[in-house]
Write a protein that binds this ligand. Structure first.
Ligand code: 5AD
Ligand code: SF4
Length: 501
């Protein structure tokens, strides 16, 4: 019998991308073939995101298209996995196009669910009944799923058959409507060669009032440091050079072992010491004091820990921060950034903001704009508030800010950031930087006076700046030295001076 084919479409954050890649690897292991063509696939999986309504709407419109496709291909099996599967459960299963609904905690069962659906033509559902209760066996099956399949993900770095939608739609919309063309979108490959993502914790305990994550990903669960180290070692043996440690609030990582409490700083140090690992990153950080000093000091002491901190502020108005249940003030947030820069002067900070949170006045918005100016981010993402059913903001606060105002505030913040990024990037002119090369740039950039000059490679610096330059494709997954000759707000352009570090 020929192998069954699977097409996977992936929405959402880094955590989801990792799940998608693991599911792809697990299905290959189970004998399926990944295909890039949805029309010919025996199985179509959509890994979904619930963080904003817009992401869910796009999934629903895909399902609408699949419903039509199935008129010609009734035997095709369609599965919805991820946050939306957990949020909507049985309701999604009622959709005409859907055969399988599988929550984020159930992905280790995906091959069985598909097998059942293919063999018995019966709808399948696997979601967590009460997501905030600790799971009885811990997350053992999720842990072993990750350990078992992350090597295959690293081996087959770029994967035909997984299509990613960028999660940054709000930002692109804002840029386009402002009439700007942004350069510097990087490759969308699931895992560019030489890089791997390692989850160190799942879930979130913060309960920001706007956020769906704690309701669909459950409580914080940290993996033991030995499990993380073991995974990193195996990845390094496969040729991985850069590891990104993942968690919704990765800096709250905590693991008690007898007398000792391990924190993210310990994990960073441990990972940097693994032979073969050259760079270690971590995302995303919550602005909190706990372990902060340890983390920035570890960064200062360990050159392998990348000089990059993604620490969302969400707002610069203390009133709105309180309404969001964010546990810091604008002044405290800026102080945290100052403290990091005092210890690691070349650190580059990135942020996220939500505009148009219920009750956000012009004065609140101006406070956000002021914080953004003072933070001097490398870059930031701006999202329009989107009410999420089940969150406390949605229950208690009407969505009062009209969309035109959200849109205007979005564009305005991005315009301020663009000026700051342009200014900060100009300081790179003439400098030589070390980049880890991701691969071919998907976008054609005009990088020389005489026009386009492919192949153009894209890579990132330790500070997470995107660098585009001409060079051989064989550099993908390796380090290179690039001299910067031109800068744009989101991209540095340069010439290859040498490969290696
Ligand atoms: N509406 C808009 N943006 C949101 N985010 C999270 N929840 C919402 C929401 N309901 C944004 C936050 C977070 C990023 C991943 O998504 O800025 O940092
Ligand atoms: Fe959502 Fe807040 Fe948790 Fe981040 S810290 S995942 S915004 S609840």
């Amino acid at each position: 019998m020929r192998n069954r084919t699977v097409y996977i479409k992936s929405f959402g954050c880094q955590m989801n991308k990792l799940d998608t890649a693991l599911v792809g690897a697990a299905l290959e292991e189970a004998g399926f073939c990944l295909t890039g063509s949805v029309k010919d696939a025996d199985v179509v999986l959509i890994n979904t995101c619930s963080v904003r309504q817009h992401a869910e709407d796009r999934v629903l419109s895909h399902l609408g298209r699949l419903k039509h496709l199935r008129k010609h291909r009734p035997e095709m099996v369609v599965g919805v996995i991820g946050c939306m599967a957990q949020r909507l459960g049985g309701q999604l299963l009622e959709h005409e196009a859907v055969d399988i609904v599988c929550g984020p905690a159930q992905i280790p069962q995906i091959a069985d669910l598909i097998g059942q659906a293919l063999d018995h033509r019966q709808k399948q559902i696997a979601v967590t009944e009460r997501i905030r209760l600790p799971s009885p066996g811990g997350d053992v099956s999720l842990d072993s799923f990750e350990l078992a399949h992350s090597l295959r993900v690293a081996r087959l770095a770029s994967r035909e058959g997984i299509e990613e939608e960028t999660a940054r739609h709000d930002r692109r919309v804002a840029c386009e409507s402002a009439g700007r063309r942004y350069e510097g979108r990087t490759t969308n490959d699931v895992t560019p060669p030489g890089r791997a993502f390692v989850r160190v914790m799942r879930g979130c305990n913060y309960f920001c009032t706007y956020c769906i994550v704690p309701h669909v990903r459950g409580p914080e669960v940290c993996r033991p440091p030995e499990a993380v180290r073991e995974q990193v070692k195996r990845l390094a043996d496969e040729g991985v050079r850069q590891v990104t440690l993942l968690g919704q609030t990765v800096n709250s990582y905590k693991h008690r072992n007898g007398e000792k409490t391990y924190c993210l700083a310990d994990l960073l140090d441990m990972t940097a010491r693994v032979e073969g690992i050259e760079w270690v990153r971590f995302v995303t950080s919550y602005p909190a004091d706990e372990f902060y000093e340890e983390i920035v000091r570890t960064m200062a002491a360990a050159p392998k820990v990348c000089r990059s901190l993604h620490m969302p502020a969400q707002s610069g108005s203390d009133r709105i921060l309180r309404a969001m249940n964010r546990r810091y003030s604008a002044a405290h947030y800026l102080e945290l950034i100052d403290r990091a820069r005092a210890v690691v002067p070349d650190i580059a900070v990135a942020g996220d903001f939500i505009v148009g949170f219920p009750g956000e006045t012009e004065e609140d918005f101006q406070a956000t704009a002021e914080l953004l100016r003072r933070a001097r981010y490398r870059s930031c993402f701006v999202f329009k508030y989107s009410p999420r059913p089940g969150t406390s903001a949605d229950r208690r606060l009407p969505d009062t800010v009209p969309d035109e105002i959200k849109q205007r505030r979005n564009v305005e913040l991005l315009a301020i950031q663009e000026r700051i990024s342009a200014e900060l990037n100009r300081a790179f002119l003439g400098r030589q930087v070390t980049v880890l090369v991701e691969g071919l740039s998907k976008k054609a950039h005009v990088n020389r006076a005489d026009g386009e000059n492919p192949p153009q490679l894209v890579g990132r610096t330790s500070t997470d700046h995107i660098v585009v330059f001409n060079g051989p494709v064989s550099l993908a997954g390796r380090f290179a030295q690039v001299r910067i000759s031109r800068t744009a707000p989101l991209t540095l352009f340069g010439e290859l001076s040498s490969d290696g570090r």
